[in-house]
Design a protein around this ligand. Structure first.
Ligand SMILES: Cc1cc2nc3c(=O)[nH]c(=O)nc-3n(C[C@H](O)[C@H](O)[C@H](O)COP(=O)(O)OP(=O)(O)OC[C@H]3O[C@@H](n4cnc5c(N)ncnc54)[C@H](O)[C@@H]3O)c2cc1C
Length: 336
């Protein structure tokens, strides 16, 4: 999905070239609110959309709503699409921030900002089921971020029952949003996803005779990034200067257990960095073959305004491109 040049301007240039070639009128800085659109049928019983505000006045027989989500307002997306859809009788599912980072209220963890925890498995419990993502996590000045954290956030938020919109489909206040409850605030980090707890204990037992004088701090570099070891040992109450020869069975159990299930308490979601909005115009109310509304002829939806959202890795851009192409083609072809 990403261009070879890794420069988004190149995609914009291509799209602009198409628009120029097709002599499409472009109106920028011209937000259309739900109340600016009237929908009626003409004398031939065909749909007509009348769009009018202080910047624009036009009639259209087809419209494609592709106004994005609501959780990253600097893109210009403020949730107008939900209000437009709702005015046309569509339901809006719970709206939540997606692909977010986690605020963690742990000063010592935050002081390790910049440290990457490579190839770890992050998980949370759904009853007896473990829901996990494997990849890199990054410690930041606010808590945890990085690809594995961001992907886990989607799985966690999808399970959480809340919406950031009020009954009028406007965003709730920051205070209200801060109080929204997550499915769980407890996640765990597995630093050694390829080893079982038993294998870790066996490894420590095997390594002890030859390394009796080595400090546990030095030894733990075998399993953890060097800069993380002090924090890890402090959390499990083992002195970093303790020698391997003095490691007790209880210590060994604690080390193995915490390497596999190091607990982290999420304080809140880092909303400002939400890369996608989860939820949107209900999929069932849209014909998936054409992206036309099942309620209003001539009304189409594309992109992030729709209910679905994907993980990191270009899936959301793919959704935007694929649905934009389909809705555009279908709207145009139905005019022929
Ligand atoms: C920081 C960041 C990083 C991301 N990284 C990735 C990534 O690596 N991979 C990936 O797959 N996805 C990524 N995403 C998500 C992806 O960019 C979006 O899902 C995708 O761009 C959505 O496209 P869209 O056209 O539906 O909406 P948008 O790109 O949000 O475009 C909506 C457009 O509609 C306009 N608009 C909104 N309301 C109105 C209105 N009332 N009237 C007129 N115009 C209006 C807006 O100004 C905007 O231009 C990222 C998003 C962010 C914010």
């Amino acid at each position: 999905i990403f261009p070879d040049s890794e420069d988004a301007h190149d995609i914009l240039d291509v799209l602009e070239e198409y628009l120029e070639e097709l002599e499409v009128d472009i109106h920028t800085n011209c937000p259309i609110n739900a109340n600016d659109i009237e929908h009626e049928l003409n004398e031939r019983m065909e749909p007509v959309f009348l769009i009018e505000n202080d910047k624009i006045s036009l009639n259209a027989s087809k419209i494609v709503v592709s106004t994005g989500g609501i959780t990253y307002p600097s893109t210009g997306s403020t949730g107008d699409g939900y209000r437009i859809a709702s005015r046309m009788n569509h339901s809006i599912t719970d709206i939540k921030p997606g692909l977010v980072s986690f605020n963690v209220d742990d000063f010592l963890l935050r002081s390790l900002s910049g440290l990457t925890l490579s190839d770890v498995e992050l998980s949370f419990k759904d009853k007896k089921k473990k829901i996990s993502v494997r990849g890199d996590a990054l410690i930041s000045h606010f808590g945890l971020t990085g690809p594995a954290v961001i992907d886990l956030s989607n799985l966690l938020i999808e399970k959480s029952k809340f919406t950031i919109l009020d009954d009028s489909l406007n965003q709730k206040s920051d205070e209200e949003i801060e109080e929204l409850e997550l499915f769980t605030n407890k996640i765990t980090i597995d630093f050694t996803p390829d080893l079982t707890e038993e294998e870790i204990k066996e490894q420590i037992t095997k390594d002890t005779p030859d390394n009796g004088k080595m400090s546990i701090k030095n030894y733990m570099k075998k399993f953890l990034p060097a800069n993380f070891v002090d924090y890890f040992l402090m959390k499990i109450n083992i002195s970093p200067s303790k020698t391997m020869a003095n490691i007790t069975k209880k210590d060994k159990n604690k080390i193995a257990e915490n390497l596999k299930r190091h607990p982290i308490e999420i304080e809140s979601l880092e909303m400002d960095l939400a890369k996608v909005t989860i939820g949107g115009v209900k999929s069932k109310e849209i014909d998936s073959k054409t992206l036309q509304s099942r309620f209003v002829d001539g009304l189409y939806f594309a992109g992030e305004v729709l209910e679905m959202a994907g993980p990191t890795g270009g899936y959301n851009l793919q959704i935007a491109f694929a649905t934009g192409y389909l809705a555009g083609q279908e709207a145009a072809n139905s005019l022929k």
